[in-house]
Design a protein around this ligand. Structure first.
Ligand SMILES: [Fe+2]
Ligand SMILES: [Fe+2]
Length: 205
């Protein structure tokens, strides 16, 4: 049986930071919030990209349910293909993370990736990420549940061609065990730069 968690503070990122030693947000003072905000800003700047990369790296040795490569290698192959085609850095990072939720959130994994990257990428990529699984259906003509017509509802939309191109070149064909992928470390500086962009608040309607 697991031991209960000790009632101690979690370590701070930096030794000269301080904990807000209260156990209810209702009791935080204005000063407490100011301290928290100043530490939070630095923490996110340094940790957000690292955590996203860790999520991916953690799946490196995962088993597959039948594809010849696991989801980690699929993501890496997708990003490497985008890199070698000369796509811009944002598109490469989007390729790297497009299926980050494929195992933990399978039926909404496009939304998962859009939520992870959405504040830092263009509307073109947010739009594509949310719909890429539907766009991919056209490449699965013998799949019993895929609907190749499903994406037609967006025909004529300014982002239609990018979504169609992404799934054709960097998704449906990124399942090859013989493809020589660049290592994850190659993409790390790109990921760090993307998450260093100013976060654009997304409004929920
Ligand atoms: Fe996907
Ligand atoms: Fe994919």
């Amino acid at each position: 049986m697991d031991h209960p968690l000790e009632p101690v503070n979690s370590p701070l990122l930096y030794a000269d930071w301080q904990h807000i030693d209260k156990i209810s947000l209702e009791h935080f003072s204005t000063k407490d919030w100011q301290v928290l905000q100043s530490q939070r800003h630095i923490y996110y700047r340094e940790q957000q990209a690292r955590q996203a990369l860790r999520m991916l790296a953690d799946s490196e040795a995962d088993e597959t349910f039948g594809y010849r490569i696991n989801n980690f290698r699929h993501c890496l192959q997708s990003a490497t293909m985008a890199l070698r085609d000369g796509l811009n850095e944002e598109d490469i990072v989007v390729s790297l993370f497009h299926d980050i939720g494929f195992i933990s959130c399978p039926d909404s994994h496009g939304e998962f990736a859009a939520a992870l990257l959405g504040n830092y990428v263009s509307e073109r990529n947010r739009w594509m990420l949310r719909r890429h699984a539907i766009f991919q259906d056209v490449h699965c003509p013998h799949h019993p549940h895929a609907d190749p017509q499903a994406r037609e509802r967006w025909r004529g939309h300014p982002n239609f061609e990018w979504a169609a191109t992404f799934v054709e070149r960097y998704d449906q064909a990124a399942i090859d065990p013989a493809y020589e992928c660049a290592p994850l470390s190659h993409f790390e500086p790109m990921v760090m730069r993307l998450f260093s962009r100013p976060s654009q608040p997304l409004y929920i309607d």
